[in-house]
Write a protein that binds this ligand. Structure first.
Ligand code: TXA
Ligand code: MG
Length: 345
């Protein structure tokens, strides 16, 4: 019987689901690639201890070998088996926030192949919040290296369908558990420095991490060390749709301007119900208006799916209203800026 406790009030996974998980576990143990649902985004998983399997992840994504992978574990015990030491902040984060959407970077054990860490001295580990993901890890009996299941620099997938569109035949099996609850990638915290640093903002805010750690945590998302950024995948060219995306200071004026130029425009906006926006939409069949969720969590959940959907509409330009710059919006602002390929570092 699985050790993982199914959340109270939910029926235990039926035998048919367990049979699919066993099939996926077999693929993993055979060195194959399985696209996995998590509570953040879908991941492209392989046995983290099998260097050849991990190499196949890099090939399928077209990912540079210099960008290390996150290793997914069933619990903190498995995480510690991958670490040379377990710094106090990592222990506290694991205790308070796992399973959940936060990754800790810790000194790496020699059992982790070089290719996973891009040759670095640290390894990133996370225990995913979705019980199904942990069940798979348990049944495979292996930690899973899994980056987001998209081609390198493309928008992360938040449904199994996005994975199919982006990676299709490059994956041996895709597990479909419906849309991801958070919709953006985990918060990444470097626990090898004092104080710990946030390398990538995510669903759990800095104050939430500070409460878990019991002390200050700094923003390290633009940290540079010896000429390379600490979180190599946090480069500016990331999460970008194929259609050019802009975040103008005055979105209504910019959208009107683009329409005057004869361009087809998709606009993700907090102003969907404004009379001006409605008039513009009524007068232009080249404009698609997508209402933005005024709640940061709802906005995050829908963001990548909206970008995927608009990208399929053969538009000339995407315009996104930039949300406020206060803490609850930091992670989505980060993703939007990367989608616009803007650099603010
Ligand atoms: O929510 C998530 O984290 C998703 C799901 C699938 O778990 N995974 C994900 O993986 O977003 P990926 O590979 O797309 O992004 C991992 C980020 C990259 O920015 C990478 O550079 C950074 O974590 N990273 C991985 N290992 C690291 C390490 N040892 N030190 C610093 N940064 C690391
Ligand atoms: Mg990614």
């Amino acid at each position: 019987m699985p050790r993982i406790e199914w959340p109270e009030g939910r029926p235990a996974p039926p035998p048919s689901t367990l049979a699919v998980l066993d099939r996926a576990a077999e693929v993993i143990r055979g060195g194959g690639l399985v696209a996995i649902p998590t509570e953040t985004v879908y991941g492209l998983a392989a046995d983290a201890l099998d260097a050849d399997a991990v190499e196949a992840i890099f090939r399928a994504k077209g990912r540079p070998a210099s960008n290390p992978l996150i290793v997914h574990v069933a619990d903190a015990v498995m995480a510690r088996s991958l670490a040379a030491s377990w710094p106090e902040p990592a222990a506290r984060i694991a205790e308070a926030l796992w399973p959940g959407p936060v990754t800790v970077v810790v000194p790496r054990s020699h059992v982790v192949p070089d290719i996973v860490t891009a040759g670095g001295a640290t390894v990133a580990v996370r225990c995913p919040g979705l019980p199904l993901t942990r069940l798979l890890i348990e049944r495979a009996g292996r930690p899973l290296a899994a980056p987001s299941a998209n081609r390198s620099e493309a928008v992360s997938p938040t449904t199994a369908h996005h994975v199919l569109e982006g990676l299709g035949h490059r994956v041996d099996l895709i597990l479909d558990a419906g849309p991801c609850r958070h919709g953006i990638e985990s918060t990444v915290v470097d626990c090898t420095t004092v104080p710990p640093r946030i390398l990538r903002p995510g669903p759990l805010s800095r104050s939430c991490i500070e409460a878990a750690v019991g002390g200050a945590v700094v923003d390290g998302s633009h940290a540079v060390e010896g000429g390379t950024t600490r979180s190599p995948g946090a480069g500016a060219r990331h999460y970008a749709p194929r259609t050019r995306l802009e975040t103008p200071d005055d979105p209504p004026a910019r959208v009107a301007d683009l329409l005057r130029q004869g361009l087809r425009v998709g606009w993700l906006t907090f102003r969907a119900a404004d009379p001006g926006t409605r008039a513009l939409a009524a007068a232009n069949d080249r404009l698609i208006v997508v209402p933005a969720d005024p709640d940061p969590d709802g906005f995050a959940r829908a963001l990548f799916a909206t970008l995927h959907a608009l990208d399929r509409r053969a538009l000339d330009r995407l315009v996104v209203d930039l949300p406020p710059s206060d803490e609850p919006w930091l992670a989505v602002r980060d993703r939007i800026r990367r989608a616009a390929r803007e650099t603010d570092d």
